[in-house]
Design a protein around this ligand. Structure first.
Ligand code: ADP
Length: 610
């Protein structure tokens, strides 16, 4: 497995790590702002309130104590001022409670909106990607990681950013009040939190690097989950008794990851505790200092109460900021994968021409070679081929000889490594992608089986007619699927697939008839490609279907991949592929006369039928 053995990257310095914490906060805020402005404004106001009011509460607390002391000294008769301050404090505390409630309300509302927004962004991007990007394992990691936490991480980063802002407002207001006692008290308050802060940043960084570095293992775990628990694999997993082995593998990955997690968590908590002790020491040092100052008569009892409260609350604000920063670090790193994914460059929209100079020319492969990304063996080598409109061609060759690859190049799913593919005399690269898509219709051997309505599965062949029932019927009749579809409980409206209640399953042959009908939906396409979609049908049905296609395809090009010579021989032209090269080409009669590979393969199959 690629990437499984990569070493964990080195540790960055704490300052860089700290700055990194805010790298994506701005973008997360933008994301919230564009998702819902009223909610963002509400969050801002409530954050300010929740941050500033605690200092006021501390100040009122001091006033209460001083008023009590003064009232006692005055003979203990008049308590009005004391009561007024108590009422004020009660009101302020209610304000804090309201602000906090409001914050959590905003958070719930944002969670839903933001999760949906990010998921749509991810899926939107997926639609613009090239096929080879899906086959690139590193890219696929990014996509799965981005999807996995799409609904929680951006919100979490936003909430932590606001939480940090709230604590910062509190700390500033505390500092202003504390400075009246001594600027040094302010210094002690912040300095005591610093070591724990640095440790937090470092460990969060470690945690993420672990998370990112182990993506291949996590992906394998997710894959195993799919294989063990999904209906389409269940049949084989059961019959071959693969379950326990796969589950063991799943467990082994967990055990390995857990060991790493445990080591990190223990280290993190141990250091957190030790460095936290420094803060506690500082708190009690300051406590003694403030108390002794009061004893010396330099501050009032009320002021002492206030300073102690400021110190205590200041410290919890510092430690709340600490854990916010730790969490933000992880959220940021998530967002970095998200944005890396969203910013993956997509191939520029290539050509924009809608017509070729020579419409009678059909398809031409000119010295085309192709290697798949990450593969050093060419899948096609120096292939030249000319297919005129109104003719059919059959591609013959062993598995892996390059037939499907040739079709993928023709449909521009991939770009040739060398040489050109032309349609109507114009390089495919110069064609407008939408026009090209309308002109070429392909049914692959691994065609998609959508868990949608039966009719929609047919309609998928021609997007504008996706839900046009009369077109479905027409196409299904040509693809010989009409009979069994009409016998289904809801006819064309029958839901397919086990994921849904009452979803029906189709047999392999029935699915192939659906796929063929899908091809017949493409009345406008003038190049039709059938890549072995008929393998599960009997020989007679296959040749009937092909005959159908030929009649339909009077001025079109039909390309057929099949292992059945009874069908292949009906094509106007036959090309034999071997190891990525065209080794023979001609009509059935010509190739038999050549007594080459085609003739041998034909004889072999014919003997089987005798
Ligand atoms: P055929 O359709 O004739 O069975 P293919 O065109 O599918 O053959 O495959 C030709 C060669 O390309 C094979 O060696 C196969 O392993 C390789 N190949 C096919 N698809 C991919 C892919 N997505 N990535 C890398 N190699 C591939």
């Amino acid at each position: 497995m690629r990437g499984m053995s990569a070493a964990p990257p080195d540790t960055p310095n704490p300052l860089r790590a700290f700055i990194g914490v805010f790298r994506y906060s701005r973008r997360a805020l933008e994301l919230v702002w564009t998702t819902s402005r009223p909610l963002t404004v509400a969050l801002g106001i409530l954050t300010l309130l929740a941050g500033a009011v605690p200092a006021a509460v501390a100040w009122v607390g001091a006033q209460i104590v001083d008023a009590v002391v003064a009232a006692i000294a005055a003979g203990g008769i008049d308590g009005t001022l004391v009561v007024e301050f108590v009422v004020l404090e009660g009101v302020l505390v209610a304000v804090i409670a309201a602000a906090q409630r409001g914050l959590s309300l905003c958070q719930s509302l944002l969670r839903a909106q933001l999760g949906q927004r990010v998921n749509v962004m991810i899926l939107d991007k997926a639609l613009t990607l090239d096929l080879d990007q899906f086959e690139d394992s590193e890219f696929y990691d990014k996509l799965t990681r981005a999807r996995r936490e799409a609904s929680s991480r951006p919100l979490s980063l936003v909430m932590r950013t606001f939480g940090l802002a709230q604590n910062a407002v509190s700390l500033v207001s505390f500092a202003i009040l504390l400075a009246a006692f001594s600027p040094w008290a302010v210094v002690v308050l912040f300095a005591a939190g610093l070591p724990a802060f640095i440790a937090e940043t470092k460990f969060s960084g470690d945690a993420f690097r672990l998370f990112r570095w182990r993506a291949p293992e996590t992906r394998m775990q997710m894959y195993l989950e799919t294989v063990i628990a999904r209906e389409d694999y269940a049949k084989e997993v059961k019959l071959f008794g693969l379950g326990p082995r796969l589950l063991d593998r799943y467990r082994a990955i967990f055990t390995k990851l857990y060991a790493e997690d445990r080591a990190l968590t223990i280290r993190r908590d141990l250091w957190g505790f030790l460095l936290g002790l420094i803060a506690t020491l500082a708190l009690y040092g300051a406590y003694a200092w403030i108390a002794l100052t009061a004893v010396a008569g330099a501050i009032t009892l009320g002021a002492m109460t206030m300073y102690l409260m400021l110190f205590r609350q200041g410290q919890s604000a510092v430690s709340a900021s600490l854990s916010a920063v730790g969490g933000m670090y992880e959220d940021n790193l998530y967002l970095s994968t998200l944005y890396e994914y969203l910013e993956t460059p997509v191939a520029a929209r290539r050509g924009d021409l809608q017509q070729g100079p020579n419409p009678a020319d059909g398809i031409r492969f000119e010295n085309v070679s192709f290697s798949y990304p990450d593969s050093n063996r060419p899948a096609l080598q120096d292939v030249s081929l000319h297919i005129r409109p109104g003719t059919s061609i059959a591609l013959v060759g062993e598995n892996g000889s390059g037939k499907t690859t040739l079709i993928k190049l023709l449909t521009r799913l991939y770009k040739p490594t060398a040489g050109r593919v032309l349609l109507d005399g114009l390089d495919l690269e110069e064609w407008d992608p939408d026009t090209l898509r309308q002109r070429v219709g392909v049914i692959f051997q691994d065609f998609a089986r959508y868990q949608l309505l039966v009719g929609e599965n047919v309609g998928a062949g021609d997007e504008p007619s996706f839900d046009d029932e009369s077109r479905w019927r027409d196409a299904a009749a040509k693809g010989q699927a009409d009979k069994f579809i009409e016998e289904l409980p809801a006819g064309y409206q029958t839901q397919l697939g086990k994921w849904f209640k009452d979803g029906r399953e189709l047999s392999g042959g029935q699915w192939q008839k659906i796929a063929l009908s899908r091809a017949f939906m493409r009345l406008r396409a003038d190049v039709l490609v059938l890549d072995e979609p008929t393998a599960a049908m009997d020989a007679q049905a296959e040749s009937d279907v092909f005959e159908h296609f030929r009649q339909l395809a009077r001025d079109r090009i039909t390309i057929l991949i099949s292992h059945r010579f009874s069908t292949v021989r009906m094509a106007d032209q036959i090309a034999v592929l071997d190891d990525g090269r065209i080794v023979e080409a001609g009509t059935h009669a010509e190739l038999l006369a050549q007594r080459g590979r085609y003739a041998t393969l034909f004889e072999l199959q014919a003997r089987g039928y005798r």
